[in-house]
Design a protein around this ligand. Sequence first.
Ligand code: ADP
Length: 503
Amino acid sequence: MRCAKNNSMSIRTRLTLWYTGILAITLVVFSALLYSLLAGILLAVMDERLASQAQNITRLIQAENDPVAVLLSGRVRLPEIDIFASQHYIQIVTADGQAVQLSDNLRGQVLPAPPVVADKIVAGESYAFTTDAGQGVRLRVYSRPILFAGRPVGAVQAARSLTELYDSLSVVRRVMVLGGGIFLLLAAVGGVILAAAALRPVQAITTTAQRIAGTQDLGQRIPVAVANDELGRLTSTINAMLARLQTLFQAQQRLIADVSHELRTPLTTIQGNLDLLHRGAANDPAAQRETLRAIGDETVRMGRLVNDLLLLAQADAGLRLSLVPVEMDTLLLEVYRQAQVMAQGVAVRLGAEDQAQVMGDHDRLRQLLLNLVDNALKYTPAGGEVTLSMYRRDGWVQVAVADTGIGIAPDDLPHIFERFYRADHRLTRPSGSGLGLSIAQWIAQAHAGRLEVASQPGRGSTFTLWLPEMTNSKLQIANGKWQMADGRRQKANSRWQIADGGQ
Ligand code: ADP
């Protein structure tokens, strides 16, 4: 119950309560210390005065020829001070504690003393104590022994009422309580105002967040009041997060639109061909074959698209590659043979081929190179040429797939590695989904490598894959990922990049 109540309390109220509470405790402790210090000082001052009075009278008695006789007779000459009119009292007692002389203003009433006082007199020690004189009057008494020949024969006890002192302290107490209360009240009000002002930006954040939730418009931003304070930084961080969310959301929407578009085309073709079959194409064996082939082609296309999408989704989710030593020259030879099978009217050649080993995933590297070769063959008209070559340079292996095809327009070049990006070839648009190069780029980066392209429209394109050689001492594999041998992440714009979770 208490917990729920606490949670429902606003930060402003909690801050104010804490602040006022801590202030109140500090104030009470400080006031208590000050009060007891003051009381102690006042009492010490009073004790000092009483001590000096008692001393004066003790001296008078000790100056007599026969102090003991004077003492016992009760004929001590008390000094001419206004003790009799004031609240000062004098009492002279013998060593066994019997009162032998009292100042007149005591009116025969003996000052009460606790038993310890008699012991102190016998021990020859001075002693200050507080005693109750009846009728609510409390007295402070200072007892000083009278010594004769080094032995205590009695004591002079000077006393004074504590009423005045108590009155003064009571005034101080009242001032402290009243002043402290007013001070705390002002502090609490100030605290509420300050907390409200400090938390106002939080309200702005809440309002914007609610508006975003209500309108689902990720384009809204929170106004930043003071950029450099804690809330300003929080606001900037939330704004940056909103911008990132907006980008991701837009990318996701674009992806959904692209995927549905790409899937709709083959589905429409399949649907159309099925209609044809329904409408009698089945009667003509040639037409039937053609229709079924078209359906088969589209199904394969769709299957490839779904596989590509799955791979990219896995890459996004941080798919780990199984890295083993791979002979790149052998792999290139395999790809070369496959390319020869795929080539239709395009000559496939093998250029320079150094021997090199890399740490990699054999199947993925093969898929990467086949994607490049497939594109090269797709975008090179019959009669053209595709050349595969491989070099070793400074700890790196470069595999180049060069074609003499249609090339890529400078406007398209920066985008060809984006998902679903396809240059508009207008007249000739070979089949494809626009995912091949994104996958190739991801595989390259997951091997601490990269993919580069150089192209001239009408003359051809060259795609170059850079992979770190197995002996590259600056790189090592940790947790299935490449990283610098000294544990650093790669720098932006360095000659190579390391993919982290398929970025
Ligand atoms: P697609 O399935 O369309 O080939 P990719 O991601 O493999 O998708 O390629 C993206 C785009 O890059 C292609 O649509 C094409 O415009 C361009 N492209 C890729 N390789 C070549 C090449 N060798 N020659 C000319 N254009 C190319």
